[in-house]
Design a protein around this ligand. Sequence first.
Ligand SMILES: O=C(O)CCC(=O)C(=O)O
Ligand SMILES: [Fe+2]
Length: 221
Amino acid sequence: MGHPTTQSGPLDLDLIRNAELAGRPWPHCVLTGAITDQATLDEMVASFPDQGFQTVRELNPDAEGKTFEVGVRNDLTGADLAPVWTPFTTQLRSEHYRRAVGHLGGVTLEGSQCVVAFYRYPPQTWLGPHRDNRYKILTHVFYFNADWPAGAGGDLLILDGPDAGSLRRRVCPRAGTSVVIVRGDDSWHAVQKVSDEVTRARLSVSVVFYTADADLTKHVN
Ligand SMILES: O=C(O)CCC(=O)C(=O)O
Ligand SMILES: [Fe+2]
């Protein structure tokens, strides 16, 4: 029996704290069941926002060599958002969650800056191979697709280097799954292009902990 955790929100912080980090090809963790209540998760899936997204794209490799095209929404409080999202986004910004996910990642997140955002990857969008910029310490991505057809693309690709041929693990973006990525010099990963055969978008919420000195007006990607 562990000590009772003060938690008010849908996340099981003990599950997050005690999950095992995979060491290869670099430290990461694929979690299932971090949002414990199925009815809550179903409600999030059903009410994932479809407004207020801004398309960000970089078709020429950026400083890190990364290309991407994706929709981002940083607004967590808009009137269109269903009430089910408030306890979740509040818990994501709590000290309790920060400590739990920092423990899992083996990093201290004390003093870091936390940014939570909604992401939509419609057909033909992707995030090319990258390591995350050096201002990121740890990222936790939650997926919100009720189901995701095989062959639709959109998998998170855990890579062992900058080329997609170094694939070590694929993560299907299905609701109930989340992934913790500990940023390092080897932490190569990508989001496979979503197929134009599907008529839906890949849905996620990402939580990024940035170093205290990161200028969030510049280093948000
Ligand atoms: O959505 C994902 O699975 C990963 C996203 C990612 O790598 C990022 O936002 O840097
Ligand atoms: Fe990333």
